[in-house]
Design a protein around this ligand. Structure first.
Ligand SMILES: Cc1cc2nc3c(=O)[nH]c(=O)nc-3n(C[C@H](O)[C@H](O)[C@H](O)COP(=O)(O)OP(=O)(O)OC[C@H]3O[C@@H](n4cnc5c(N)ncnc54)[C@H](O)[C@@H]3O)c2cc1C
Length: 475
């Protein structure tokens, strides 16, 4: 019976464990799986806290069902009845520009306009900027193949104004990255494919949308009869942590060890010896490294210095988020949509805010509004560490006053600081990962999983873990 040790109980590690357990039955194999987690809880960056009447997400607040692996995982571990759609009757994204909030024009998909009139009417983009965006349809496709920065790609196809007001806050913002060196090939390869296939992003996006049988979701992501409705973002009634907890139940608590930090891995026979921080040594045929690349590099550097060096070179960003709740009766402004984003060129001290209890049900009592405000992440990261909690809340309140005109005292606050939590997929990342794969393949039985490498969000992590687990099942 092959023994697999998974290091790290984040979603990547837990998805691998679920796939191994479920896949063993399909492949009619016995697989011994053990997850080792350094901390006292499972989930890693997925952390939901129930504080009084509030349900607060410290890390991710949703996943994209369009990336079907995460949705499939949720169903596999029995969470279909818990799936929570966003309250789309209130949806809308606002962009702060030139001192006021503008609606993101209807039909803008990530950064590509697909509808004519909303673009004509928007107050967000100047007339020369709108013309420049429209000209995208006539700009020849790039002859040179290969990776490109988001800034270069968007400026070339849609113009500088689209980059600064839409692509930077919306597209680079999701990745907490700097558009000047963020790799389009590793983050949104679809854009490069559209350019090559359709000659234009606008044409490519319109035809992609027409070919979808339903306006929002299709295929396995479509809601099944009797199941909760599907929205672009999905969560769970009791928060994202339900997903990692259901994975533990599926895998079996006896196969997950908490407070089991790994110090090093050493080759032993045809497999590996895993040395824990408490001095204990465990043996395995396969080891799946599901921690951040910089931690995993420390574990393997003695016997695999070359891949370890490459893993350490991956760059990371740090961010902070602050959940605040206000009494509805105290609000002096009407909050519109699901929240707003702030382009970097506006030089503000916050990047975005999500009105959590408007976007999602079950987050706060009806007479309160809870919101989550983001700081750092490629933009003024210094604030995440330089401000103490009181200063951070004060800064956020000042910014909410400038951006939304909100003047009210919060009834509740909770701050989370995430140190080196989001990897930056910079230009050339895919080539570097291909090289890393070749270097790791020299060590049979060693597998890299997690957000550091090929999938920055939950869907990507789950997908990559399933591929690695399948490789083990087939070996
Ligand atoms: C603030 C924030 C918001 C986000 N929002 C979204 C979102 O809305 N949607 C989305 O899809 N993605 C979002 N993401 C990204 C998403 O959370 C991550 O991609 C994903 O959770 C990463 O999972 P992982 O398993 O790779 O890593 P992690 O969750 O970091 O798990 C790694 C685990 O390894 C453990 N570990 C570390 N060292 C050791 C050791 N020596 N021994 C044993 N264990 C160890 C850690 O304790 C941790 O539990 C967000 C991220 C952040 C930080």
């Amino acid at each position: 019976m092959p023994k697999v040790i998974i290091i790290g109980g984040g979603i990547a590690g837990m998805a691998a464990a679920v796939h191994l357990k479920a896949g063993a039955k399909v492949h009619d194999k016995q697989v011994d799986v053990l997850v080792l987690e350094k901390g006292g809880r499972i989930g890693g960056k997925i952390l939901t806290e129930k504080i009084g009447d509030y349900l607060v997400e410290a890390g991710p607040d949703s996943f994209l069902p369009e990336k079907v692996q995460a949705l499939h995982l949720a169903r596999q571990v029995g969470l279909e009845p818990e799936l929570l759609p966003s309250n789309d009757e209130f949806k809308g994204t606002f962009i702060f520009s030139g001192g006021k909030l503008h609606t993101l024009p209807e039909g803008v998909m990530l950064m590509v306009p697909t509808m004519f009139w909303p673009m004509v009417k928007t107050s967000l983009i100047s007339w020369p900027g709108k013309l420049r965006m429209g000209m995208e349809m006539f700009i020849p496709k790039r002859k040179q193949q290969g990776d490109e920065s988001l800034a270069s790609f968007v400026t070339r196809r849609l113009g500088r104004e689209c980059l600064e007001k839409i692509a930077e806050p919306l597209v680079a913002g999701i990745h907490t990255s700097n558009p000047d060196n963020m790799s389009v090939m590793s983050t949104f390869p679809r854009f490069l494919q559209m350019e090559q296939k359709s000659g234009s992003l606008i044409h490519g996006m319109i035809s992609a949308m027409k070919n979808r049988p339903h306006a929002t979701l299709s295929g396995p992501a479509k809601a099944r009869p009797g199941a909760p409705k599907m929205t672009y973002f999905m969560s769970f009634r009791k928060g994202m942590q339900e997903l990692s907890e259901a994975c533990v139940t599926f895998v079996g608590k006896e196969n997950v060890r908490l407070n089991a930090g790994v110090k090093a891995i050493e080759p032993k026979g045809k497999g590996y010896a895993v040395v824990l921080e408490n001095g204990e040594t465990l043996e395995a045929d396969h080891v799946m490294l599901g921690t951040a690349a910089y931690d995993a590099a420390e574990m393997i550097r003695e016997f695999a210095p070359e891949p370890a060096e490459h893993m350490k070179k991956i760059d990371w960003s740090s961010s902070g988020n602050i959940s605040l709740a206000f009494r509805r009766a105290d609000l002096n402004v009407k909050l519109k949509g699901f929240g707003f984003i702030v382009p970097k060129i506006e030089n503000r001290r916050i990047n975005a805010a999500t009105y959590s209890s408007i976007k999602w049900s079950y987050r706060a009592p009806d007479d309160l509004v809870m919101m989550r405000i983001f700081m750092g992440g490629g933009n003024r990261e210094d604030l995440v560490y330089d401000l103490d909690d009181k200063q951070m809340i004060q800064t956020v309140l000042e910014e909410l006053d400038v951006i939304v005109g909100l003047k009210a005292n919060p009834q509740f606050s909770r701050i989370y600081r995430w140190n080196r939590a989001m990897p930056k997929y910079t230009v050339g990342h895919m080539d570097r990962m291909a090289l890393l794969d070749r270097l790791i393949d020299i060590h049979p039985g060693l597998h890299l999983i997690g957000c550091s490498y090929k999938g920055i969000g939950i869907g990507g992590c789950v997908a990559e873990s399933q591929i690695a687990a399948e490789k083990i099942l087939k070996s």
